[in-house]
Design a protein around this ligand. Structure first.
Ligand code: GLU
Length: 446
Protein backbone atom coordinates (compact mmCIF):
# COMPACT_ATOMS: atom_id res chain seq x y z
CA UNK A 1 0.00 0.00 0.00
CA UNK A 2 1.43 3.37 -0.91
CA UNK A 3 2.12 5.86 1.85
CA UNK A 4 -0.56 8.45 2.43
CA UNK A 5 -0.71 10.70 5.46
CA UNK A 6 -3.07 13.45 6.47
CA UNK A 7 -3.07 16.67 8.42
CA UNK A 8 -6.55 17.14 9.83
CA UNK A 9 -7.08 20.50 11.53
CA UNK A 10 -10.50 21.81 12.53
CA UNK A 11 -11.18 25.24 11.02
CA UNK A 12 -12.26 26.56 14.41
CA UNK A 13 -9.20 28.75 14.99
CA UNK A 14 -5.83 29.80 13.62
CA UNK A 15 -3.03 27.28 13.18
CA UNK A 16 -0.30 27.52 15.77
CA UNK A 17 3.19 26.13 16.04
CA UNK A 18 1.95 22.89 17.64
CA UNK A 19 -0.28 22.22 14.60
CA UNK A 20 2.56 22.92 12.19
CA UNK A 21 4.86 20.61 14.11
CA UNK A 22 2.36 17.82 13.34
CA UNK A 23 1.74 18.99 9.75
CA UNK A 24 5.45 19.22 8.96
CA UNK A 25 6.16 15.75 10.33
CA UNK A 26 3.39 14.36 8.14
CA UNK A 27 4.66 16.25 5.11
CA UNK A 28 8.28 15.13 5.56
CA UNK A 29 7.21 11.54 6.17
CA UNK A 30 5.22 11.54 2.91
CA UNK A 31 8.01 13.13 0.89
CA UNK A 32 10.63 10.77 2.24
CA UNK A 33 8.59 7.72 1.28
CA UNK A 34 7.36 8.97 -2.07
CA UNK A 35 3.86 9.15 -0.61
CA UNK A 36 1.09 11.74 -0.63
CA UNK A 37 -0.03 14.36 1.86
CA UNK A 38 -3.74 14.99 2.38
CA UNK A 39 -5.13 18.17 3.89
CA UNK A 40 -8.42 17.30 5.56
CA UNK A 41 -10.53 19.97 7.18
CA UNK A 42 -12.39 18.48 10.14
CA UNK A 43 -15.32 20.86 9.90
CA UNK A 44 -18.21 18.80 11.26
CA UNK A 45 -18.64 21.28 14.11
CA UNK A 46 -20.77 23.67 12.05
CA UNK A 47 -21.20 26.20 14.84
CA UNK A 48 -17.48 26.79 15.38
CA UNK A 49 -16.03 26.12 11.90
CA UNK A 50 -15.72 29.14 9.62
CA UNK A 51 -14.71 29.72 6.01
CA UNK A 52 -12.24 32.35 7.24
CA UNK A 53 -10.39 29.93 9.48
CA UNK A 54 -10.36 27.37 6.63
CA UNK A 55 -8.83 29.97 4.29
CA UNK A 56 -6.33 30.87 7.02
CA UNK A 57 -5.22 27.25 7.32
CA UNK A 58 -4.64 27.03 3.58
CA UNK A 59 -2.76 30.35 3.53
CA UNK A 60 -0.54 29.33 6.46
CA UNK A 61 0.40 25.99 4.90
CA UNK A 62 1.05 27.64 1.53
CA UNK A 63 3.29 30.27 3.19
CA UNK A 64 5.32 27.46 4.81
CA UNK A 65 5.57 25.58 1.51
CA UNK A 66 3.70 22.56 2.89
CA UNK A 67 1.79 21.82 -0.30
CA UNK A 68 -0.90 19.17 -0.18
CA UNK A 69 -1.54 16.54 -2.85
CA UNK A 70 -5.16 15.97 -1.90
CA UNK A 71 -7.82 17.97 -0.15
CA UNK A 72 -11.01 16.94 1.66
CA UNK A 73 -13.63 18.57 3.82
CA UNK A 74 -15.62 16.48 6.26
CA UNK A 75 -18.72 18.62 5.81
CA UNK A 76 -18.89 17.34 2.21
CA UNK A 77 -18.54 13.70 3.16
CA UNK A 78 -21.54 13.24 5.46
CA UNK A 79 -23.12 10.62 3.18
CA UNK A 80 -20.11 8.36 3.77
CA UNK A 81 -20.44 8.74 7.53
CA UNK A 82 -24.15 8.01 7.35
CA UNK A 83 -23.55 4.82 5.43
CA UNK A 84 -20.80 3.68 7.82
CA UNK A 85 -23.08 4.46 10.78
CA UNK A 86 -25.87 2.45 9.16
CA UNK A 87 -23.55 -0.54 8.82
CA UNK A 88 -22.46 -0.29 12.44
CA UNK A 89 -26.10 -0.06 13.56
CA UNK A 90 -26.91 -3.11 11.43
CA UNK A 91 -24.15 -5.15 13.04
CA UNK A 92 -25.17 -4.00 16.52
CA UNK A 93 -21.92 -2.14 17.19
CA UNK A 94 -23.65 1.23 17.28
CA UNK A 95 -26.52 1.32 19.76
CA UNK A 96 -29.02 3.98 20.78
CA UNK A 97 -28.85 5.48 24.28
CA UNK A 98 -31.44 7.72 25.90
CA UNK A 99 -29.82 8.96 29.10
CA UNK A 100 -29.70 12.69 29.64
CA UNK A 101 -26.46 14.42 30.58
CA UNK A 102 -27.79 14.77 34.16
CA UNK A 103 -28.58 11.06 34.42
CA UNK A 104 -25.09 10.17 33.20
CA UNK A 105 -23.49 12.59 35.65
CA UNK A 106 -25.47 10.99 38.49
CA UNK A 107 -24.40 7.48 37.43
CA UNK A 108 -20.77 8.56 37.45
CA UNK A 109 -21.14 10.10 40.89
CA UNK A 110 -22.61 6.90 42.30
CA UNK A 111 -19.87 4.77 40.71
CA UNK A 112 -17.15 7.01 42.08
CA UNK A 113 -18.66 7.00 45.56
CA UNK A 114 -18.59 3.19 45.44
CA UNK A 115 -14.93 3.30 44.42
CA UNK A 116 -15.73 2.06 40.90
CA UNK A 117 -14.33 3.53 37.67
CA UNK A 118 -16.87 5.87 36.02
CA UNK A 119 -17.41 3.66 32.97
CA UNK A 120 -20.75 3.74 31.13
CA UNK A 121 -22.82 0.81 32.43
CA UNK A 122 -24.39 -0.08 29.06
CA UNK A 123 -27.88 0.15 30.51
CA UNK A 124 -29.15 1.08 27.03
CA UNK A 125 -28.14 -2.35 25.71
CA UNK A 126 -30.73 -3.92 28.01
CA UNK A 127 -33.62 -1.89 26.60
CA UNK A 128 -36.23 -3.82 24.68
CA UNK A 129 -37.85 -2.68 21.43
CA UNK A 130 -40.89 -1.56 23.35
CA UNK A 131 -38.75 0.40 25.88
CA UNK A 132 -37.18 2.25 22.99
CA UNK A 133 -40.49 2.88 21.29
CA UNK A 134 -41.86 4.31 24.55
CA UNK A 135 -38.84 6.61 25.03
CA UNK A 136 -39.02 7.85 21.47
CA UNK A 137 -42.76 8.39 21.72
CA UNK A 138 -41.98 10.56 24.74
CA UNK A 139 -39.90 12.74 22.42
CA UNK A 140 -36.43 11.52 23.43
CA UNK A 141 -34.05 11.16 20.49
CA UNK A 142 -31.15 8.83 21.15
CA UNK A 143 -27.45 9.45 20.95
CA UNK A 144 -25.41 6.51 19.65
CA UNK A 145 -22.57 4.69 21.33
CA UNK A 146 -20.03 2.32 19.81
CA UNK A 147 -19.92 -1.02 21.63
CA UNK A 148 -16.25 -1.65 22.42
CA UNK A 149 -14.87 -5.13 22.61
CA UNK A 150 -13.47 -5.20 26.12
CA UNK A 151 -9.98 -6.38 25.28
CA UNK A 152 -6.39 -5.31 25.06
CA UNK A 153 -5.62 -3.48 21.81
CA UNK A 154 -1.97 -3.34 20.78
CA UNK A 155 -0.18 -1.32 18.16
CA UNK A 156 3.35 -0.44 17.24
CA UNK A 157 3.60 3.32 17.49
CA UNK A 158 6.22 4.85 15.20
CA UNK A 159 7.15 7.35 17.91
CA UNK A 160 6.28 5.64 21.19
CA UNK A 161 7.10 2.02 20.39
CA UNK A 162 4.89 -0.84 21.67
CA UNK A 163 1.59 0.55 22.97
CA UNK A 164 -1.51 -1.07 24.34
CA UNK A 165 -4.84 0.00 25.81
CA UNK A 166 -7.37 -2.25 27.47
CA UNK A 167 -10.74 -0.97 26.31
CA UNK A 168 -12.58 -2.77 29.12
CA UNK A 169 -11.58 0.23 31.24
CA UNK A 170 -13.19 2.68 28.77
CA UNK A 171 -16.77 3.81 28.28
CA UNK A 172 -18.39 2.95 24.98
CA UNK A 173 -17.77 6.23 23.11
CA UNK A 174 -20.61 8.35 21.77
CA UNK A 175 -20.18 8.61 17.98
CA UNK A 176 -23.40 10.42 17.10
CA UNK A 177 -25.03 13.12 19.22
CA UNK A 178 -28.78 13.24 19.84
CA UNK A 179 -29.07 16.03 17.24
CA UNK A 180 -27.64 13.65 14.64
CA UNK A 181 -24.24 15.35 14.34
CA UNK A 182 -21.04 13.33 14.42
CA UNK A 183 -18.28 13.61 16.96
CA UNK A 184 -14.77 13.52 15.51
CA UNK A 185 -14.15 9.77 16.04
CA UNK A 186 -16.22 8.06 13.34
CA UNK A 187 -15.75 10.56 10.48
CA UNK A 188 -12.00 10.41 11.02
CA UNK A 189 -11.96 6.61 10.72
CA UNK A 190 -14.26 6.60 7.69
CA UNK A 191 -12.07 9.17 5.95
CA UNK A 192 -8.88 7.32 6.79
CA UNK A 193 -10.39 4.20 5.20
CA UNK A 194 -11.96 5.78 2.12
CA UNK A 195 -9.13 8.19 1.40
CA UNK A 196 -6.51 5.46 1.76
CA UNK A 197 -4.55 6.84 4.72
CA UNK A 198 -1.70 4.47 5.53
CA UNK A 199 -0.14 6.30 8.51
CA UNK A 200 -1.87 8.48 11.10
CA UNK A 201 0.72 10.88 12.52
CA UNK A 202 -0.76 13.16 15.18
CA UNK A 203 -0.30 14.59 18.66
CA UNK A 204 -0.17 12.32 21.67
CA UNK A 205 -3.40 13.84 22.97
CA UNK A 206 -5.00 11.27 20.64
CA UNK A 207 -3.31 8.18 22.09
CA UNK A 208 -6.39 7.39 24.18
CA UNK A 209 -8.61 7.47 21.05
CA UNK A 210 -6.46 4.99 19.23
CA UNK A 211 -7.76 1.71 20.66
CA UNK A 212 -11.35 2.83 20.03
CA UNK A 213 -10.51 3.86 16.50
CA UNK A 214 -8.70 0.58 15.78
CA UNK A 215 -11.86 -1.27 16.85
CA UNK A 216 -13.99 0.95 14.59
CA UNK A 217 -11.67 0.26 11.63
CA UNK A 218 -12.09 -3.45 12.28
CA UNK A 219 -15.85 -3.21 12.78
CA UNK A 220 -16.04 -1.57 9.35
CA UNK A 221 -14.04 -4.44 7.84
CA UNK A 222 -10.90 -2.37 7.29
CA UNK A 223 -7.32 -2.79 8.37
CA UNK A 224 -6.26 -0.02 10.76
CA UNK A 225 -3.49 2.28 9.50
CA UNK A 226 -0.20 2.59 11.33
CA UNK A 227 0.04 5.18 14.08
CA UNK A 228 2.60 7.67 15.32
CA UNK A 229 1.88 9.97 18.27
CA UNK A 230 4.20 12.93 18.61
CA UNK A 231 4.83 14.53 21.99
CA UNK A 232 3.14 17.91 22.43
CA UNK A 233 5.29 21.04 22.38
CA UNK A 234 5.90 23.02 25.56
CA UNK A 235 7.11 26.59 25.94
CA UNK A 236 10.57 27.66 27.11
CA UNK A 237 9.46 27.33 30.74
CA UNK A 238 8.20 23.78 30.13
CA UNK A 239 4.49 24.70 30.24
CA UNK A 240 1.91 23.50 27.72
CA UNK A 241 1.45 25.91 24.82
CA UNK A 242 -2.32 26.10 25.04
CA UNK A 243 -2.41 29.25 27.17
CA UNK A 244 -0.43 31.34 24.72
CA UNK A 245 -1.49 29.93 21.39
CA UNK A 246 -2.53 33.37 20.20
CA UNK A 247 1.01 34.65 20.26
CA UNK A 248 2.30 31.52 18.60
CA UNK A 249 -0.16 31.45 15.73
CA UNK A 250 1.41 31.09 12.30
CA UNK A 251 -0.28 34.30 11.19
CA UNK A 252 1.37 36.11 14.07
CA UNK A 253 4.84 34.71 13.40
CA UNK A 254 4.43 35.67 9.77
CA UNK A 255 3.38 39.19 10.73
CA UNK A 256 6.46 39.37 12.97
CA UNK A 257 8.50 39.00 9.79
CA UNK A 258 9.99 35.56 10.34
CA UNK A 259 11.11 33.42 7.42
CA UNK A 260 8.90 30.36 6.81
CA UNK A 261 12.00 28.19 6.53
CA UNK A 262 13.22 29.31 9.95
CA UNK A 263 10.01 27.92 11.41
CA UNK A 264 10.18 24.73 9.33
CA UNK A 265 13.82 24.11 10.21
CA UNK A 266 13.20 24.83 13.89
CA UNK A 267 10.17 22.56 14.14
CA UNK A 268 11.90 19.77 12.20
CA UNK A 269 14.84 19.72 14.60
CA UNK A 270 13.51 20.36 18.10
CA UNK A 271 12.88 17.20 20.05
CA UNK A 272 15.00 15.04 17.74
CA UNK A 273 18.35 15.42 19.51
CA UNK A 274 19.79 16.79 16.23
CA UNK A 275 21.32 20.27 16.28
CA UNK A 276 18.98 23.06 15.20
CA UNK A 277 20.42 24.19 11.86
CA UNK A 278 19.45 26.90 9.41
CA UNK A 279 18.17 24.99 6.40
CA UNK A 280 17.06 26.93 3.34
CA UNK A 281 14.80 24.45 1.58
CA UNK A 282 12.23 21.94 2.79
CA UNK A 283 13.73 19.27 0.56
CA UNK A 284 16.91 19.37 2.64
CA UNK A 285 14.92 18.31 5.71
CA UNK A 286 13.53 15.18 4.06
CA UNK A 287 16.56 12.88 4.24
CA UNK A 288 17.16 13.39 7.98
CA UNK A 289 13.52 12.92 8.92
CA UNK A 290 12.86 9.96 11.19
CA UNK A 291 9.90 9.64 13.56
CA UNK A 292 11.97 7.32 15.75
CA UNK A 293 14.16 10.29 16.70
CA UNK A 294 11.30 11.72 18.78
CA UNK A 295 10.89 10.47 22.30
CA UNK A 296 7.99 10.80 24.69
CA UNK A 297 9.34 13.99 26.21
CA UNK A 298 7.97 17.28 24.96
CA UNK A 299 10.13 19.43 22.71
CA UNK A 300 10.59 23.01 23.90
CA UNK A 301 9.46 25.77 21.61
CA UNK A 302 11.46 28.88 22.43
CA UNK A 303 10.65 32.02 20.37
CA UNK A 304 14.10 33.43 21.21
CA UNK A 305 15.81 30.38 19.71
CA UNK A 306 13.56 30.68 16.68
CA UNK A 307 14.60 34.30 16.20
CA UNK A 308 18.27 33.32 16.40
CA UNK A 309 17.70 30.64 13.82
CA UNK A 310 15.98 33.22 11.63
CA UNK A 311 19.10 35.40 11.86
CA UNK A 312 21.38 32.48 10.98
CA UNK A 313 19.16 31.67 8.02
CA UNK A 314 19.30 35.25 6.75
CA UNK A 315 23.11 35.18 6.90
CA UNK A 316 22.99 32.37 4.34
CA UNK A 317 20.17 33.73 2.22
CA UNK A 318 21.20 34.79 -1.31
CA UNK A 319 19.82 38.09 -2.57
CA UNK A 320 17.62 36.36 -5.16
CA UNK A 321 15.79 34.48 -2.39
CA UNK A 322 15.40 37.56 -0.21
CA UNK A 323 14.06 39.86 -2.92
CA UNK A 324 10.38 38.95 -2.65
CA UNK A 325 10.33 39.46 1.11
CA UNK A 326 12.23 42.75 0.78
CA UNK A 327 9.76 43.97 -1.84
CA UNK A 328 6.78 43.02 0.35
CA UNK A 329 8.22 45.31 3.04
CA UNK A 330 8.63 48.21 0.62
CA UNK A 331 12.38 47.55 0.43
CA UNK A 332 12.39 46.73 -3.27
CA UNK A 333 15.24 49.17 -3.94
CA UNK A 334 17.67 47.24 -1.75
CA UNK A 335 20.27 45.81 -4.13
CA UNK A 336 22.46 42.72 -3.93
CA UNK A 337 25.53 44.63 -2.68
CA UNK A 338 23.60 46.16 0.22
CA UNK A 339 21.85 42.87 1.04
CA UNK A 340 25.13 40.98 1.16
CA UNK A 341 26.55 43.43 3.69
CA UNK A 342 23.42 43.93 5.81
CA UNK A 343 22.19 40.33 6.05
CA UNK A 344 24.82 39.33 8.59
CA UNK A 345 23.66 42.06 10.95
CA UNK A 346 19.93 41.55 11.07
CA UNK A 347 17.65 39.08 12.82
CA UNK A 348 14.71 39.91 10.55
CA UNK A 349 14.52 41.16 6.98
CA UNK A 350 12.76 44.39 8.01
CA UNK A 351 15.90 45.49 9.89
CA UNK A 352 17.64 45.88 6.53
CA UNK A 353 15.70 49.17 6.30
CA UNK A 354 18.07 50.71 8.80
CA UNK A 355 21.17 49.76 6.78
CA UNK A 356 19.44 50.97 3.64
CA UNK A 357 18.94 54.35 5.29
CA UNK A 358 22.55 54.46 6.46
CA UNK A 359 23.98 53.53 3.05
CA UNK A 360 21.52 55.18 0.69
CA UNK A 361 19.50 57.63 2.77
CA UNK A 362 20.12 60.50 5.15
CA UNK A 363 21.16 60.23 8.79
CA UNK A 364 21.81 62.93 11.41
CA UNK A 365 25.43 63.70 12.33
CA UNK A 366 27.12 61.80 15.20
CA UNK A 367 30.44 63.55 15.44
CA UNK A 368 32.00 63.20 18.90
CA UNK A 369 35.33 64.90 18.16
CA UNK A 370 35.02 67.45 15.31
CA UNK A 371 38.77 68.10 15.05
CA UNK A 372 39.55 64.42 14.66
CA UNK A 373 36.66 63.89 12.20
CA UNK A 374 37.79 66.91 10.18
CA UNK A 375 41.33 65.53 9.98
CA UNK A 376 39.95 62.17 8.83
CA UNK A 377 37.78 63.92 6.23
CA UNK A 378 40.82 65.72 4.84
CA UNK A 379 42.56 62.43 3.95
CA UNK A 380 39.55 60.63 2.43
CA UNK A 381 40.86 58.99 -0.75
CA UNK A 382 39.29 59.80 -4.12
CA UNK A 383 36.75 57.37 -5.62
CA UNK A 384 36.39 54.69 -6.96
CA UNK A 385 36.19 52.89 -3.62
CA UNK A 386 36.42 49.21 -2.87
CA UNK A 387 37.04 46.94 0.13
CA UNK A 388 40.66 48.08 0.26
CA UNK A 389 39.71 51.77 0.70
CA UNK A 390 39.03 51.48 4.43
CA UNK A 391 42.56 50.21 5.13
CA UNK A 392 44.34 52.84 3.06
CA UNK A 393 42.16 55.62 4.50
CA UNK A 394 42.58 54.58 8.15
CA UNK A 395 46.35 54.19 7.65
CA UNK A 396 46.37 57.78 6.47
CA UNK A 397 44.17 58.90 9.42
CA UNK A 398 46.49 57.09 11.82
CA UNK A 399 49.51 58.85 10.32
CA UNK A 400 47.78 62.24 10.43
CA UNK A 401 46.35 62.02 13.98
CA UNK A 402 48.46 59.45 15.83
CA UNK A 403 45.31 57.59 16.91
CA UNK A 404 44.91 53.86 16.75
CA UNK A 405 42.60 50.99 17.76
CA UNK A 406 39.17 51.79 19.17
CA UNK A 407 39.99 55.51 19.53
CA UNK A 408 40.49 55.61 15.82
CA UNK A 409 37.68 53.34 14.62
CA UNK A 410 34.76 54.14 16.95
CA UNK A 411 34.48 57.88 16.17
CA UNK A 412 34.65 57.03 12.46
CA UNK A 413 31.94 54.39 12.80
CA UNK A 414 29.69 56.76 14.76
CA UNK A 415 30.21 59.57 12.26
CA UNK A 416 29.65 57.37 9.21
CA UNK A 417 26.75 55.22 10.44
CA UNK A 418 25.33 56.93 13.52
CA UNK A 419 25.66 53.60 15.36
CA UNK A 420 28.33 51.96 17.49
CA UNK A 421 27.85 48.53 15.89
CA UNK A 422 27.17 46.97 12.51
CA UNK A 423 28.79 45.28 9.53
CA UNK A 424 32.50 45.69 8.87
CA UNK A 425 33.36 49.26 7.87
CA UNK A 426 35.51 48.08 4.98
CA UNK A 427 32.25 46.71 3.47
CA UNK A 428 30.06 49.66 4.45
CA UNK A 429 32.36 52.43 3.29
CA UNK A 430 32.05 51.78 -0.47
CA UNK A 431 28.25 51.56 -0.06
CA UNK A 432 28.08 54.90 1.76
CA UNK A 433 30.29 56.59 -0.86
CA UNK A 434 32.60 59.58 -0.65
CA UNK A 435 30.05 62.37 -0.78
CA UNK A 436 28.02 61.18 2.23
CA UNK A 437 31.16 60.14 4.13
CA UNK A 438 32.67 63.59 3.73
CA UNK A 439 29.54 65.43 4.84
CA UNK A 440 28.91 63.14 7.82
CA UNK A 441 32.50 63.59 9.01
CA UNK A 442 31.94 67.35 8.83
CA UNK A 443 28.88 67.03 11.06
CA UNK A 444 26.24 67.49 8.37
CA UNK A 445 23.12 65.38 7.92
CA UNK A 446 23.75 63.37 4.79
N1 GLU B 1 -9.25 17.15 13.88
C1 GLU B 1 -8.48 16.37 14.82
C2 GLU B 1 -7.63 17.30 15.66
O1 GLU B 1 -7.34 18.41 15.21
C3 GLU B 1 -7.63 15.38 14.06
C4 GLU B 1 -6.98 14.36 14.92
C5 GLU B 1 -6.33 13.28 14.10
O2 GLU B 1 -5.31 13.59 13.48
O3 GLU B 1 -6.82 12.16 14.08
O4 GLU B 1 -7.29 17.02 16.78
Amino acid sequence: MSVRVRFAPSPTGRLHVGNIYVALNNWLFARQRGGSFLLRLDDTDIERSTAEFAAGIEADLAWLGLAWDLFARQSQRLASYDSAAARLKQSGRLYPCYETAEELALKRKVQLSQGKPPVYDRAALKLTDSDRARLEAAGITPHWRFRLEGRRVEWHDHVRGAEHIDTSSQSDPVLIRADGTYLYTLPSVVDDIELGVSHVIRGNDHVTNTATQIQIFEALGAKAPEFAHLPLLVDAAGEGLSKRLGSLSIADLRAQGLEPMALNAYLAHIGTGDPVLPVRHLDELVAGHDLAKFGKSSPRFDPVELLHLNARLLHLLPFAEAQAHLASLGLGSVDAALWDVARSNVEKVEEVAEWYRICRGTIPPQVTDPAFAGAAADVLPPEPWDEGTWKSWTDAVKAATGRKGKDLFMPLRLALTGLDHGPELKLLLPLIGRDKALRRLRGESA
